[in-house]
Design a binder for this molecule. Structure first.
Ligand code: FAD
Length: 531
């Protein structure tokens, strides 16, 4: 049972079914289902679980029309249901059409190829295998449109974009992009075929797949993509102005979202500050420290023992690695010297605050007397702000540590393989106001942080972990519609970071590292709005 619970967990982007939930879920459902019946003692199932999870992640946004699930036949409570469904070998793949009958025991998939691309194409075929009458309730049309239907749309006013993907008949890209955009409003995706000559003539299309975009205001143009890959098409369409992800209702992670809300401030009453997404703003980092010192720490009346040590390490880290010198570094250095010089085992929080205030008053060293979010502005109160700036701060610190490898000498932190991550881990666990976030981060750290052996891995580990959180939170209540959570950097920020291997999106880690060093490097930090 131990292995069984670990093979798939509630954190995975798929549905874990059991004897009691299998039939109510898959029978007469509004969506189709693809279920893997596995056994937690079968070695092949254990090996295959990472592919199945990656598949589920890849098609997470299709869930409303086709869901990916697992059922563990090795669990005692599932013995009977696996028998009833005649599961003899593991893994067994069965799919259930939408609105299936009570007696349906699923259609087996016996394809030898169980790689992500093949199974994903099977899912498209399953959807197309429905009639107009029984297809999943929210399934958009997947059949190609003809020039006769499409050409009259040109020049028409609309309340949304229409993206026409023109592709070879055997290509799945169009259907995959249609399904990738299922959770988004403001854009409708249709496909057409390269054999439709009048359409190619009218739109002047010569390469496939291509996307032709009809804007709401009647203009129409080719959509320029750096690479003709599903991920690039989907990412670009998702970030068109006005295109928004629909929020999940009753999201399970609402606890942490509520807590994230509690970390908010009066930002919505502030005037909007224009900013460039390809820059990092010093004002965000200053606001992070301001919030951390004045709000987050204030909930601890005294600092002692382990907490005090963690706080000292955090201050040292920022003093040594914060880029560009300036007021922040001066203040953090003073704070660090003072903390190290105190022989006391316990410090009242008020003393820290007094020092910060006095220092600022006497020497004109500013941390900013207020919160000024720039790159971390939210479209309304409760969104973005502090947690956004904390991620940003730690990304900057990992990159600075890489750029100035000797900066931590004689601080007591130089012996750690990944000092920035270790200090971040301890800070988040001990002080970060969003408890649930801290728990998730701690889980991830326990699994793989020890493996980080050098400064480059440190940068990449944090980037990857941040993306894991982005994947998990996409579409949740804490997702700002103006800044939807998505794999980062987007193709428009870094196209060379993205590739496709066997039909599956992959990162080019070397190019990601190069990009992160540039993006979070000292020379990309903008002083705009900073004091
Ligand atoms: P953020 O995710 O905060 O990102 C800030 C900026 O960093 C982005 O605007 C982008 O410019 C850049 N960025 C985005 N992705 C990456 C990346 N992969 N690598 C480098 N830079 C990137 N909220 C929850 O609801 N549940 C949680 O479990 C949770 N865990 C968290 C754990 C930690 C350690 C932290 C600091 C925050 C956590 N949060 C959690 C908050 C959540 O991750 C976001 O910070 C918050 O919702 C604000 O989102 P945002 O849109 O401002 O973007």
């Amino acid at each position: 049972l131990g292995t069984a619970t670990r093979l798939y967990t509630e954190e995975d982007p798929l549905v874990i079914l059991s004897s009691s939930s299998l039939k109510p879920s898959v029978i007469n459902s509004s969506s189709a289902w693809l279920v893997q019946f596995f056994s937690s003692w079968c070695g092949h199932c254990i090996q295959y679980s990472s592919t199945w999870k990656a598949l589920a992640q890849d098609v997470k946004d299709w869930q409303q029309v086709v869901s990916v699930a697992v059922l563990d036949c090795a669990q005692e409570e599932n013995f009977d249901i696996c028998k009833e469904f005649s599961i003899k070998f593991y893994p067994t793949f069965r799919y259930f059409r939408a609105h299936s009958a009570e007696t349906d025991r699923g259609t087996p998939y016996r394809g030898a190829d169980r790689e992500i691309q093949s199974v994903r194409q099977l899912m498209v075929n399953i959807l197309q295998n429905h009639t107009k009458l029984d297809r999943p309730d929210h399934c958009p049309p997947l059949e190609p449109y003809s020039s006769v239907e499409l050409l009259p749309l040109l020049g028409q006013k609309s309340d949304h974009y229409t993206a026409i993907i023109i592709e070879e008949p055997n290509s799945y890209v169009g259907r995959e992009v249609i399904l990738d955009l299922l959770q988004y409003s403001g854009v409708e995706v249709k496909r057409a075929l390269s054999s439709d000559l009048p359409l190619l003539d009218a739109l002047k299309i010569t390469t496939f797949p291509s996307v032709y975009l009809l804007h709401p205001n009647t203009t129409h143009t080719h959509l320029h993509v750096q690479k003709r890959l599903r991920f690039f098409f989907s990412s670009l369409l998702r970030t068109l102005p006005g295109v928004q992800r629909r929020l999940k209702l009753g999201s399970s992670s609402s606890t942490s979202e509520d807590q994230m809300g509690a970390l908010s401030d009066k930002q919505s009453t502030e005037p909007w500050r224009d900013f460039d997404r390809s820059k990092v703003y010093a004002a965000d980092l200053e606001s992070a420290l301001h919030y951390l010192l004045r709000v987050e720490l204030a909930t601890h009346n005294t600092l002692e023992g382990e907490e005090l040590k963690i706080f000292k390490d955090f201050v040292t880290l920022v003093a040594k690695l914060y880029p560009g010198g300036g007021s922040v570094v001066k203040l953090m250095e003073t704070l660090s010297d003072w903390l190290l010089s105190l022989p006391l085992p316990l410090i009242p929080y008020q003393a820290v605050l007094d020092l910060v205030d006095n220092k600022m008053r006497i020497s004109g060293v500013f941390l900013g007397a207020e919160l000024r979010w720039v790159g971390c502005q939210g479209s309304r109160a409760g969104l973005r702000g502090y947690p956004c700036s904390l991620w940003t701060l730690f990304h900057v610190l990992t990159v600075q540590h890489d750029a100035t490898p000797t900066a931590l000498e004689n601080t007591g932190l130089e012996g750690e393989a990944a000092p920035v991550l270790q200090v971040m881990r301890r800070y988040i666990r001990t002080f970060f106001g969003c408890e649930e976030c801290g728990r998730h981060f701690e889980q991830a750290a326990a699994v793989s942080m020890e493996k980080v052996q050098n400064r480059e891995d440190q940068i990449l580990w944090l980037w990857n972990q941040h993306n894991m959180v982005n994947y998990r939170l996409a579409g949740s209540l804490s997702d700002d519609p103006l800044f939807p959570k998505a794999p980062w950097p987007s193709p428009s920020l870094c196209s060379s970071c993205h590739e496709e291997k066997n039909g599956v999106h992959v990162w080019n880690n070397d190019n990601v590292l190069f990009f992160l060093r540039q993006h979070y490097g000292a020379s990309n930090m903008s002083p705009k709005y900073s004091l």
